[in-house]
Design a protein around this ligand. Structure first.
Ligand code: PEP
Ligand code: MN
Length: 286
């Protein structure tokens, strides 16, 4: 299956649409356990930046599930900018998250930082996340081509669209077609938001590939007040879902607390999406 057409490296990217009258490739569906991305359902992946304790991840899982999120996120192996900040609970954190996800009846996704950890993590996770700082880690991408779990591939914050899609190709040519693309903001001269959300780039990636594309408005903005509207824009634009950071008590969070949605804002965001969904031909809940 040709998921991106970029194997035709000799042709410029802009010519690939000519292979697909109408510009769109048929959609691939990616299953994170029973949750399908790329179909009629707009999927909300939510949870804390980092797994901090059994009670924190369990409380977050039940709150995001109660408000209609379908997949639990949370980092156990953290790619922090500074080595002096919380680095995550590692495999112990993955196990705490597994228990919390099972208790809430949700599938879960967590970031893998190194190919060294793939084997140990695989039995515990429903999907792997590749972070922005690791998008071009080809050793990791090749290893993930060999696993039989879906991969959510974040765009590097300094990566072109083509580099991002070629990173996806590394996983796909390795034999794993279960890839979801995630745009999480790129670095620009605009400093009021943490990064700059490239919504048009995400739409372009969806047009040029078969892969589901989701948006992470948390890292893109660093500002919870901007997140509900960007979530609505993501749904209205016809993209496949969201990944958002939620914390039961953001002021106490060990990482990215300033951008985490508190429970009431998460609830408001989900209500906004529910009101909007009927107009978009998508539905939110099972
Ligand atoms: C995250 O999702 O917690 C994360 C570290 O995101 P990114 O890789 O996009 O910075
Ligand atoms: Mn984070």
């Amino acid at each position: 299956m040709n998921i991106t057409n970029l194997h035709k490296e000799t042709a410029p990217v802009t010519e690939h649409a000519a292979d697909n009258p109408g510009g769109m490739l048929p959609r691939a569906r990616v299953q994170i356990r029973d949750i399908e991305l790329g179909g009629d359902r707009f999927v909300v992946i939510a949870g804390p930046c980092a797994i901090e304790s059994d009670t924190q991840i369990a409380e977050t899982a039940s709150l995001v599930s109660a408000h209609g999120a379908q997949v639990l996120r949370g980092g156990a192996f953290k790619a922090r900018t500074s080595p002096y900040t919380f680095q995550g609970l590692g495999l112990e954190g993955v196990k705490l998250m597994r228990a919390a996800a099972d208790a809430a009846g949700m599938p879960m996704i967590t970031e893998v930082l190194s190919e060294r950890d793939v084997e140990a993590m695989e039995p515990w996770v429903d999907a792997f996340q590749v972070g922005s700082r690791n998008m071009d880690n080809t050793a990791l991408l090749k290893m993930l081509g060999d696993v039989r779990k879906p991969i959510l591939l974040k765009r590097g914050f300094a990566a072109t669209i083509k580099e991002w899609l070629l990173a996806a190709e590394y996983i796909i040519v390795g034999g794993n077609e279960q890839v979801v693309l995630c745009e999480r903001g790129i670095r620009t001269f605009s400093n009021e938001t943490r990064f700059t959300l490239d919504l048009a780039g995400a739409l372009y990636a969806r047009q040029e590939t078969q892969l589901p594309v989701v948006i992470d408005p948390s890292h893109a903005t660093g500002n919870p007040r901007l997140i509900p509207s960007l979530a609505a824009a993501t749904l209205a634009a016809g993209l496949d879902g969201l990944m958002v950071e939620v914390h039961p008590d953001p002021a106490q969070a060990l990482s990215d607390g300033e951008q985490a949605l508190p429970p009431d804002l998460f609830r408001d965001m989900m209500e906004l999406l529910s009101r909007l969904a009927p107009a978009t031909g998508r539905f939110l809940h099972a």
